[in-house]
Design a binder for this molecule. Structure first.
Ligand code: DQA
Length: 144
């Protein structure tokens, strides 16, 4: 399967940014760890991060017909970006939502996800393991 792992705003600063919430590993550390998981040994993984809403939307659009599924940690865009929501709804592959932290137990504004309903699953609070769980949920949606 061809799968994309998409990270949104501020996730490029993982490891330096609020480590008490998001941990001490960098995004490269986490991406490398995901790529090394045996569950994805047969898969082709593509990693993308942007701090820009439009760049994320363009990435999702441009992968139509090219990938089988994606997981997205949309960062704070999760909580208010109807444009990201519409992009996920528009593409022809399943997308699962993931968050490192447990957004349901944080500030009220983080408890709402405007993308949840258009994703095949929402995984929160499992740290980097959440990306693996989200990818497995996407793979479950795919034939064969
Ligand atoms: C996050 C949670 C969001 O509320 C926050 O804006 C992030 C990271 C997470 O992975 O826990 O940037 O998506």
């Amino acid at each position: 399967m061809k799968l994309a792992i998409v990270n949104g705003p501020n996730l490029n600063l993982l490891g330096q940014r609020e480590p008490e919430i998001y941990g001490t590993e960098s995004l490269d550390d986490i991406n490398g760890w995901i790529a090394g998981q045996s569950a994805f040994a047969e898969d082709e993984l593509t990693f993308f991060q942007s701090n820009h809403e439009g760049a994320i939307i363009d990435f999702l659009h441009d992968r139509r017909g090219q990938i089988d599924g994606a997981v997205i940690n949309a960062g704070a865009l999760t909580h208010y970006s109807y444009a990201i929501r519409d992009a996920i709804a528009a593409v022809d592959y399943p997308v699962a939502e993931v968050h490192l932290s447990d957004i349901s137990s944080r500030e009220p504004f983080r408890q709402q996800s405007v993308i949840k309903d258009v994703c095949v699953a929402q995984i929160t609070g499992l740290g980097k393991q959440g990306y693996v769980e989200a990818l497995l949920k996407v793979k479950q949606e795919l034939p064969g």
